[in-house]
Write a protein that binds this ligand. Structure first.
Ligand code: SF4
Length: 360
C-alpha cells in the first residue's frame, strides 16, 4: 500500500478520532463539541491526517475548518435544499454516465473522496447509495459512448476520480482509448489540495503515456488560498509540468470565501502557478448545505468587484447550475425581476427557464 493509500486508510473518520488527534497535537481548543455526533451519523467526517495537520496550523474559525468540520446546521430540519440540486438524475443515460451537454459526459467511477466537504452538492448521493453511483458493468457505459459520436470529452468526477488506484485509472483510459471520437479527458479533483502526495510518479507516467492519445485537463477544486499547505504547493509546482492543462473550479460559499479579497488572492496565486481560473460556481442549494447559500444578488456584487481588481484573463466564469438540470448558465445572462428572487435563466439552447431562489 502506498503512502497516500495509507492516508486514506488511516484518515480521521469520526468526531472522537478528531478530538483525540487535537489532544495529541496539543490543540485541544480545536476539539469538536460531542453534541455534533448526530451530524456525522448523516454526513460523516473524513479528513486525511496529513491534511489535518495543516488544519491544526490554522484557527478553528478559519475558512478551511468551515468547509470540513461538522456543523450543527447540516441537520437542521429544512425543506429548502435539494437532494439533487443540479438535476444529475435527469441526465443519467448509462451506468455512471451523466450526459447533459452534447459534446461531453461526466463519468462517475467512485463515490469516495479524499475529504468530506460539508457543502458538497452531492453530499446526499455520495453518502447514501443513490442511483448515479450504482455499481455497473463498464461495457454498457462504453456502448453508450460508442453510440454517441458527438461526445468528445469524458470528465472523470465522483467522488474524486484521483482516489482510484493508478491501475484503475490506466484501465479506464485504455478502455476509452478504443472509442475513436473521444479526444479529451478531464479530471475534477480536490486531491491536489488535500492529498497532494497522491500525485505520484506512477500517475505521471500514466498521463504521459496516454497524452499522445488524449488531451488532458485537470480541474482543481479549490475555494480559498489558505487551503494550500506547503506539501500541496510543492506538488502544484511539479504538476505544472505534467502533460495536462491545469484549471480551477471554486464554489462561492457564505462564511468561507464570500469576500472579494479572498477570491482575488486565490485566483491571482493560482494563475501564478499556471492554473487557469475556470469556474466560480454560485452555491448549489443542497439539502444539508443551505447555510453556505447566498442570493444571486450578493454573488453578483462580489463578482463585479472582482472584475475591477483582477485582470480579465484571470477571472473565472461565474455560473449557476439550477435544480432543473438545464446545466450551467453564465450569471451575466440571468435576468432578475427587480427587488425579488425570481430569475429568468437563458439556457445555452436559447430557452428561458424560471428559477425562484428560496432565501430564508
Ligand atoms: S471532494 Fe468533491 S465530491 Fe468529494 S465531498 Fe468534496 S466537493 Fe464533494
Amino acid at each position: 500500500m502506498s503512502h497516500w493509500q495509507e492516508q486514506i486508510k488511516y484518515a480521521i473518520k469520526d468526531l472522537g478520532s478528531w478530538n483525540h488527534f487535537c489532544e495529541e497535537n496539543n490543540k485541544s481548543e480545536q476539539k469538536i463539541d460531542p453534541s455534533l455526533e448526530s451530524v456525522e451519523k448523516k454526513y460523516p467526517l473524513f479528513i486525511p491526517q496529513s491534511y489535518a495537520h495543516h488544519m491544526l496550523s490554522l484557527s478553528k474559525q478559519s475558512p478551511i475548518h468551515k468547509q470540513f468540520i461538522l456543523n450543527a446546521s447540516e441537520i437542521k430540519s429544512s425543506t429548502q435544499g435539494y437532494i439533487d440540486p443540479i438535476g444529475d438524475q435527469l441526465h443519467l443515460k448509462a451506468p455512471q454516465i451523466i450526459h447533459r451537454y452534447e459534446n461531453r459526459v461526466l463519468f462517475l467511477p467512485t463515490q469516495i473522496c479524499p475529504i468530506n466537504c460539508r457543502y458538497c452538492f452531492r453530499k446526499n448521493e455520495i453518502h447514501h447509495d443513490q442511483e448515479i453511483f450504482k455499481k455497473a458493468n463498464l461495457d454498457s457505459s462504453i456502448d453508450y459512448l460508442q453510440n454517441h459520436p458527438e461526445i468528445k470529452e469524458i470528465i472523470f468526477s465522483g467522488g474524486d476520480p484521483l482516489i482510484l488506484s493508478n491501475k484503475k485509472i490506466n484501465y479506464y483510459l485504455e478502455c476509452f482509448s478504443s472509442i475513436k471520437h473521444i479526444q479529451y479527458i478531464r479530471f475534477h479533483s480536490r486531491v491536489p489540495v488535500v492529498l497532494p502526495e497522491r500525485l505520484d510518479d506512477e500517475l505521471k507516467e500514466i498521463i504521459e503515456k496516454w497524452s499522445s492519445r488524449f488531451s488532458f485537463h485537470l480541474a482543481i477544486h479549490t475555494n480559498h488560498w489558505l487551503e494550500w499547505s506547503k506539501p500541496g504547493l510543492t506538488q502544484l509546482r511539479k504538476i505544472q509540468f505534467w502533460p495536462w492543462q491545469l484549471l480551477s473550479q471554486s464554489v462561492l460559499l457564505k462564511g468561507v470565501n464570500n469576500d472579494v479579497h479572498s477570491l482575488q488572492e486565490l485566483f491571482t496565486h493560482l494563475y501564478n502557478f499556471k492554473v487557469r481560473p475556470y469556474y466560480l460556481h454560485h452555491p448549489d442549494l443542497v439539502a444539508g448545505g443551505e447555510f453556505y447559500y447566498m442570493s444571486l444578488d450578493e454573488g453578483r456584487k462580489i463578482y463585479s468587484q472582482l472584475r475591477d481588481l483582477i485582470p480579465t484573463w484571470c477571472l473565472p466564469h461565474y455560473v449557476i447550475d439550477p435544480p432543473t438540470g438545464v446545466g450551467k448558465s453564465i450569471i451575466g445572462q440571468v435576468l432578475t425581476e427587480k427587488g425579488s428572487h425570481k430569475h429568468q435563466i437563458l439556457s445555452r439552447k436559447g430557452n428561458i427557464y424560471h428559477h425562484v431562489e428560496i432565501i430564508s
